[in-house]
Ligand binder design. Sequence first.
Ligand code: CO
Length: 134
Amino acid sequence: MIGKLNHVAIVVPNIDIATALYRDSLGAKVSPPLDLPDHGVTTVFVELPNTKIELLYPLGEKSPIQRFLDKNPDGGMHHICYEVEDIGGAVSTLVKDGLRVLGDGTPRIGAHGKPVIFLHPKDMVGTLVELEQV
Ligand code: CO
């Protein structure tokens, strides 16, 4: 069902410092910061040869990652995203297997303009997992 690792998302306490770390110290190609008000995040994409790292910083009052940052003030790994070809089919298979999809279970449009869902970390050995249809 799952294909490539699309990205790993890391919540950061300071987007400029984190961007400089990846760009200057690690020598990676980074995008300019992109505000995604619908998702309550500012994101910087770090492009690696085989996948992406997404640096996430809270945007707005009700950012879904603010609580994560409150609990993890140094930042930390937030989720990993696997690619799937058919997200509807993936959801029905996983729900049948007893896995919980966050929210109402309907795919929504993610940060890359493609349908995504998130699986409950308690069902995924402690890791928040995003599936993205590519
Ligand atoms: Co993501």
